[in-house]
Ligand binder design. Structure first.
Ligand code: HSE
Length: 408
């Protein structure tokens, strides 16, 4: 018999315990293991639960119990999660986490500690919620060169955008609904400013290219500046605006990870991913493309991925060699997003066709219902983002919006 410990009894922590206790008998039988709930760590008291006797406020109870072999870290944040996880790994206890901030900021270090102590640090739940993406990338697709990854990686913002587009719901109302449903981060700034998606694309980039990509190195824009006007123009163009986290391998061998809202054409399946659902397109030289789709946030969907890792950790007798990446000393392998060639959607006010053509040559003009006479929206031809921004500076305050067009 081995015990599991769950660090944190919030939305995901309570879901992990609930799903484990519900399915424990089958889990043990199907996997040839014998797991039971040992501890739940939380500073709060939880009375009246069938497992209230398992709560502790002291991490040492877990660290010093040799029967605890797998720990689920579902507290979120870096402190004290990092110290707790590192201490567990140093004791040879494997850790399964849903904590994308921890993996994005400390992943290389924790993977190294796990390797040194012959245990595992797993994080399937950190990216895409319930969607299997970490394992497919380092196992099923391991024989390929990954050329690009592009995904809707944040359920809260996708939920908000869907409500704005389909129900004309105000941004704040959609955000509070997402919070009530348990999708949003404790501080929703991380969702709406793109930081959560940024952490997730850092994890996928590190996994795909074998070197740690830190969030500070990634260009990141959220959805707070999007307007219903831009949404209408995207639909007139033949697509939707989505918050996209992506990484691609560039010709010079560098990689370009970034997070930003993008015009996604209706021919791309990502444009049809709505509500809290996430989807990740992975592109590679052998398999061409594969799409991974499912619930990207929420109590039991995230718990499902944590539990999958707990079971894997319980079955593995050594450190997984493929789920690994090295630390990076600097960001010299990351391309500056301003040098990337893109098409851009632009919305301007009081700028003449002649001035637009003088800067951009031929453009594709877009329309929308109730378009004011002085407003123009268009899609540029492919130029570097730096060139586009330089040209837009000439229009000064008359530039109302500019949004990249997703090209893969
Ligand atoms: N706040 C995150 C989201 C939770 O909305 O996707 C899952 O990582």
């Amino acid at each position: 018999m081995s015990k599991i410990a769950v660090l944190g009894h919030g939305v995901v922590g309570s879901g992990t315990v609930e799903l484990f206790l519900k399915n424990r008998e089958n889990i043990n039988k199907r996997n040839g293991i014998d797991l039971e709930l040992g501890y739940v760590l939380d500073i709060r008291d939880f009375e009246g639960l069938s497992y209230s006797d398992k709560f502790t406020k002291d991490i040492n109870d877990i660290l010093n119990d040799p029967e605890v072999t797998v720990v689920a870290e579902v507290m979120g944040g870096v402190n004290p999660a990092f110290d707790f996880v590192k201490s567990c790994l140093e004791k040879g206890k494997s850790v399964a986490t849903s904590n994308k901030e921890l993996v994005a900021k400390k992943g290389a270090e924790l993977l190294k500690v796990a390797k040194e102590h012959n245990c595992n640090f797993m994080f399937e739940a950190s990216t895409g919620g319930a969607i299997p993406i970490i394992r497919p990338m380092h196992k099923c697709l391991a024989g390929n060169e990954i050329t690009a990854v592009a995904g809707i990686l944040n359920g809260t913002t996708n939920f908000i955008l869907t409500k704005m587009i389909e129900e004309n719901m105000a941004f704040d109302d959609a955000l509070s609904m997402a919070q009530k449903l348990g999708y949003a981060e404790k501080d929703p700034t991380a969702d709406i400013e793109g930081h959560d998606a940024c952490r997730k694309i850092c994890i996928l980039s590190s996994l795909a290219y074998g070197r740690h990509v830190y969030p500070d190195w990634v260009h990141c824009e959220g959805i707070t500046k999007l307007t219903l006007e831009d949404v209408a123009y995207a639909q007139n163009w033949g697509g939707e605006i989505k918050l996209i986290g992506s990484v691609k391998k560039c010709d010079d061998g560098k990689i370009l990870p970034m997070v930003r809202p993008a015009f996604v054409c209706s021919g791309n399946q990502l444009s049809h991913v709505d509500d809290v659902f996430n989807a990740i397109m992975v592109y590679g030289d052998g398999f061409d493309q594969a799409m991974f789709y499912g619930r990207g946030a929420g109590k039991l969907p995230t718990a499902s991925a944590v539990l999958g890792d707990i079971i894997d950790c319980a079955k593995l007798t050594e450190t997984s060699k493929s789920q690994y990446w090295e630390d990076s000393a600097d960001d010299s392998f990351i391309m500056n997003y301003l040098d990337d060639q893109v098409q851009m959607y632009v919305r301007v006010d009081n700028v003449s066709d002649a001035d637009i053509n003088a800067e951009f040559g031929q453009v594709e003009y877009l329309d929308r219902d109730n378009k004011p006479a002085n407003e123009k929206a268009f899609i540029t031809s492919k130029l570097s983002e730096r060139e586009i921004q330089t040209k837009l500076e000439k229009f000064g305050k008359n530039v109302l919006a500019f949004i990249r067009v997703l090209d893969f």
